[in-house]
Design a protein around this ligand. Structure first.
Ligand SMILES: [Zn+2]
Length: 482
């Protein structure tokens, strides 16, 4: 875009047909005063960087004779006044009185408006500019096109996009200019300067965009779902409590039931939190919670299907070891002069007591690897839940860790300043809500409950809360869509 922007500015100010003549004339005169060979076509702004100051004077003199100097300078003024290192800036230096009178705010507004039009390569202004560039290159002999192509009638572009001839010509023009432009934009000092200086000329623009959450008419749906979610919380807590009383807990070795009970309660907590809070239906936060739930499910399923007594001990020791590690870090940071020393000491004491009540802290190993010695993928495979790993654990990990494929979609948006080459800036929009998050969270809880019930010989209740919730929530969603 920076290479052809000058032609867009000419078209904007002088009118389309006159700009084509003026642009071609400036290029033609410049070729006449460029002694080096091979000489550029002077279709690109960068082409003008090879001209000497002597050539500048001769070009301006020739333009003056043709009555074009003032008109071309005025048309290019928004660019040349703001980008003083532009290879075409010599045109404005000559018009020093005019240059001094330029209102930079107006120049910036014009430049932004024209740049925005030029960013759409298929737009009318951009097509007029690009066709003029092709005309210049044809006249310079830089392009050699056989007869019988749409290039035979470049004037057809003035009917763009209303006639077939004009659209055929436009697509040929774009195809012709695509390759050299891409190459040059990566290399030309003018393009680098244009984009870099664009940041100095004007700041990033964050266009007001509506949050992409559900539209207002979905409010009824959300209210309905929240009611279903609230009922679900009460029902599932009641149901799991009843299940627990039916389960055969071996109090001679209660650790297994404690570990599995804690994992189950964590799933209930997450699923009911998601079901009851639209904030957790957002595509990012929702998937982070789902990822935690899937992780918990794999641990529980693996312990139930593959775990030995040693596995349960290893799980507990690993957690206590992590707590011991934190305790040591806190202890090393104890600073007697700190205002909060007393509270910190109390916290450390409490942590040590909590660990000691389970295993003597001094005897506790600190393991920095995985507690089971296996990675989650292997555990999922061994626990028969590879599907849930592939579909939920792995993709949601990107959201959890803030990988590029997750954050580029949710946390960036395009800068609205056309002088900023469509770079991306932080986005603080609310991400879209995903009703699936709620459904999936309860699905995962249902799978976890199935595993847990099988392990403790607890029968499935007649009207299970998860199944009931899913039926109602899916019913509301399909009504909402219908
Ligand atoms: Zn920007």
């Amino acid at each position: 875009m920076p290479e052809y922007l000058w032609l867009g500015l000419l078209a904007d100010r002088l009118g389309e047909r006159e700009s084509a003549v003026a642009g071609s004339t400036l290029a033609h005169i410049s070729r006449d005063h460029e002694p080096q060979s091979p000489k550029p076509a002077f279709a690109l702004t960068s082409d003008y960087s090879c001209l000497t100051s002597g050539a500048h004077s001769q070009i301006m003199s020739d333009l003056e004779k043709r009555g074009l100097l003032r008109r071309v300078s005025e048309a290019l003024c928004p660019l040349l006044a703001l980008y003083t290192d532009c290879p075409l800036a010599f045109l404005l230096k000559h018009e020093s009185a005019y240059a001094r009178a330029v209102d930079l705010d107006t120049a910036l507004a014009t430049l932004k408006r024209v740049s925005l039009d030029m960013l759409d390569r298929r737009g009318r202004l951009a097509m007029i500019a690009q066709t003029t560039a092709v005309h210049i290159r044809l006249a310079a002999g830089e392009l050699r096109i056989p007869k019988g192509t749409p290039f035979d009638n470049l004037d057809a572009i003035f009917d763009y996009p209303d006639t077939e001839d004009s659209t055929a010509l436009a697509s040929l023009v774009r195809a012709t200019l695509t390759v050299p432009t891409q190459v040059l934009q990566g290399e030309s000092p003018w393009c680098s300067y244009f984009w870099r200086h664009g940041y100095d000329v004007s700041v990033c623009e964050f266009h007001e965009e509506p949050d992409v959450g559900p539209p207002a008419e979905d409010d009824t749906l959300i209210t309905d779902l929240l009611r279903v979610g609230s009922d679900f919380r009460l029902a599932v807590v009641k149901e799991v409590t009843a299940d627990w009383t039916r389960a055969r807990i071996d109090l001679s070795a209660p650790l297994k039931s404690e570990v599995l009970g804690a994992l189950l309660a964590r799933q209930v907590r997450f699923a009911t939190a998601v079901a009851g809070s639209p904030d957790l239906w957002a595509v990012d936060v929702g998937r982070i919670v789902l990822r935690c739930m899937v992780d918990t499910h794999i641990t529980l399923a693996w312990l139930i299907r593959q775990g030995t007594n040693e596995s349960y001990n290893a799980f507990v020791e690993y957690g206590l070891g992590q707590e011991k590690l934190l305790l040591e870090h806190l202890r090393s940071r104890l600073d007697e002069t700190d205002l909060f020393t007393a509270q910190l000491k109390e916290r450390i004491h409490g942590m040590k007591q909590w660990i000691d009540a389970q295993l003597m802290t001094e005897l506790l190993p600190v393991n920095v690897g995985a507690w089971s010695g296996k990675n989650t993928r292997d555990m999922a495979e061994e626990a028969g839940c590879k599907d849930i790993y592939d579909l939920s654990y792995s993709p949601h990990s990107a959201v959890l860790h803030g990988a590029w494929n997750a954050i580029a979609r949710t946390n960036l948006r395009f800068c609205a300043n056309p002088l900023h080459r469509l770079h991306r800036v932080p986005s603080f929009r609310e991400p879209p809500l995903l009703l699936e998050s709620m459904i999936q969270a309860v699905e995962v809880l249902r799978s976890t409950l199935t595993e847990w019930r099988a392990a403790f010989d607890v029968p499935l209740p007649d009207d299970p809360a998860c199944g009931n919730f899913l039926k109602q929530a899916l019913g509301r969603c399909s009504e909402g869509q219908g």
